[in-house]
Every structure is written in C-alpha cells, then in structure tokens.
Design a protein around this ligand. Structure first.
Ligand code: TRP
Length: 334
C-alpha cells in the first residue's frame, strides 16, 4: 500500500465454503495481484444480510472465509483484508449513490430478479439496492480494477453508470471501475459430474472444497463420470473426460497428464488409474491449504488482529475519498 500503484478492489461473500473453482477462478488471481497493485479485499457481511437475515452462522463464516483466503496465499500485510461492516464510510457513500440509482434499472438487474424469485417473502430494499452497495464498496477506494467473474459484469456496468452520474453532477471524483483478471479468460474449473462448473450450490459430491478431508477427496474423484474408454485411436474426448483432464492440468505434473493423454489416444487408458492419480495429486494440493486454514481459524487473536489491521487500512482510504465526496456534493458548510 504505497498509494502509487493502481487500485484493485473485490468482495468475497461470507457464505459457503471455498472450493477449487473459487481458488483457480478468483483467489489465485488475488494472490498474484497483491504483488502489483494496492489491493482491497473485503468480506461482504452487510451484503449477506440481504439474503441471510439470520446471523447466527455469520461470525463463523466470516472467520472461515478470512482464514481460507489467507491459507491460499493472501497476505494481510500486503493487502487490506477487511470486513465491510467495519468501514462505516461505505454506508454513507451508499446513501449518496442511492439518490443516483433509479428504481427501474435496479428492478431490471438479473441478480435482483433471481433473488426475488428465490425469496418471494423477503424482497427487501437491500436486495433491490445490492448493486448500489457493491458500487459503494468499489468506488470508496476509487478502484479501477475489480477481479470478479462473469456473473458480476452487470453490477460493474451499473457501478460505472453511478460513477458517471456522480461525476457529471458533482465533478470528477471517481474513476470508472472495470472487471479485470489476469489471463484472457478466467480459469473455469469443471465439476466432477461433467455438468458445468464447480459451484457451491449444486451437486455437493461434484465439487471439491478446500476443507474436504483426504478420504472425501478420494471418494469424490473416484465417483467422477467416465466410460469404458475410446475404441478408435486419437478420438475426440467426450466432455466429461475432457473435464477430468482439465482438472488434472490444474494439479498434476505435466508428464503425468501427457502420459494419460497418450494412453487415451492409444486406447489403453485406464480411468481407474487416472482417477487414483488425480485424487492423490488433489490431496497434495488441498491438504496443506486445509491444514493452514484450520490453524488460522482457531487463532482468534490473529484473526482479530488481521481484521483490525485491514479495517484501519480501508478506513484511511475511505476517509480520503469521503472528504472529496462531501466537498463535491456541497455538504461542507464551513
Ligand atoms: N456481489 C459480489 C458476489 O456476489 C460480492 C461483492 C460485494 C463484490 N461487494 C463487492 C465484488 C465489490 C466485487 C466488488 O460475489
């Protein structure tokens, strides 16, 4: 954090366990970014209230998410790693942005429509203005780069609209934020059942979590869908086999992948052996992260210190922005 580098900001939802898809699709990118940018990574506990008003499990989730991200390599000394609710300036900026956000556009947001369908008895205003709060999170640090997946593209477009309205009405305070990731496309981690991406919601057995123990990893990998193998040399791989190779490429040595690829092409592949290999290499990858996350999660004093240190950095940046915002709007009377 030297104030000279470009600013990156992203939010992490404190629901669900981190899985392999989150790791390769997001956290790995964050870890790379911390070397090059001034990074703000925030646990979105306020946002979670829009869908999870019962907060009984919240503290545990927030701590786990912090522990898991640190275990993956995020360094609280290099980035600002903090909780949304610790930075009250966010709420003030959210209020101002709400005056620049229109009911019609908020109602048209895809995530709002989805959530309204999922929880018809709780279509609260927080849900409607979810993208406004997200915009506040980002522009509070005048961030330009936001490492997020495709599903957040519409929220970012809305954030740019709010920024442009603000700047146009009150003067240039904010840069436009854009989705940004290393590499052409985000790494998509396929699920083990050959159906789509690894994700928290669907088939639990098809997703590898960073908290899974060795036996569970073995069990999940061994259940992955295969078939009797190709009968023609050099055939095209069916989707579900291609997916297993994609997973191997993430955690296995290159020679190992090349060997099984050659076996496939020669019609001598044994999927049982391939899955055993994949399971053991997955375990080698996941076990140290799992152990580190568990250790951090039990260290209350350390987590408290991380949260305080992160909040402090985030507030320093937020205060500077809010000073500009209040002046620009004309709320400074003396
Ligand atoms: N909406 C994001 C998600 O569902 C989480 C989030 C909250 C976020 N605030 C953010 C992402 C700010 C990027 C920037 O994953």
């Amino acid at each position: 954090m030297d104030g000279k580098r470009e600013i990156v900001m992203s939010g992490i939802r404190p629901t669900g366990f981190l899985h392999l898809g989150n790791y390769f699709g997001a956290v790995k990118n964050y870890v790379r970014m911390q070397e090059q940018f001034d990074c703000f990574f925030m646990v979105a506990d306020w946002h979670s209230l829009t869908t999870h008003p019962d907060t009984e499990a919240l503290k545990g989730h927030v701590k786990r998410v912090l522990a898991e991200n640190i275990a993956c390599g995020l360094d609280p000394n290099k980035v600002a790693l903090y909780c949304q609710s610790h930075v009250h300036e966010t709420a003030e900026l959210y209020l101002y942005l709400n005056m620049l956000a229109y009911k019609g556009e908020l109602e048209k947001t895809v995530t709002f429509k989805d959530k309204a369908k999922q929880q018809p008895d709780n279509v609260n205003a927080g849900l409607l203005t979810y993208p406004v709060l997200q915009a506040a999170d980002i522009i509070l640090h005048r961030a330009k780069y936001v490492p997020v997946g495709k599903d957040q593209e519409q929220h970012l477009e809305m954030a740019r609209n709010f920024v442009n309205r603000f700047n146009h009405r009150y003067g240039d305070v904010f840069p436009e934020p854009f989705a940004f990731n290393f590499g052409e496309e985000l790494v998509k981690v396929p699920s083990l059942d050959g159906a789509g991406k690894m994700s928290k919601s669907e088939n639990q057995l098809a997703t590898l979590y960073l908290a899974d123990d060795d036996d569970l990893i073995r069990k999940k990998v061994m259940k992955a869908k295969t078939d009797a193998g190709p009968t023609e040399p050099n055939s095209a791989k069916p989707d579900y086999i291609e997916n297993i190779f994609l997973l191997m490429k993430l955690v296995c040595a290159e020679e190992v992948v090349a060997k099984f690829d050659a076996d496939f092409n020669a019609c001598t592949i044994r999927y049982g052996d391939l899955k055993k290999q994949l399971a053991e290499d997955m375990i080698k990858f996941i076990a140290p992260i799992r152990a580190k996350a568990a250790e951090i999660q039990q260290d209350e004093a350390y987590l408290k210190q991380v949260m305080e240190q992160g909040a402090e950095k985030a507030r320093t940046s937020a205060k500077a922005t809010m000073d500009l915002v209040r002046s620009a709007i004309g709320l400074k009377y003396y």
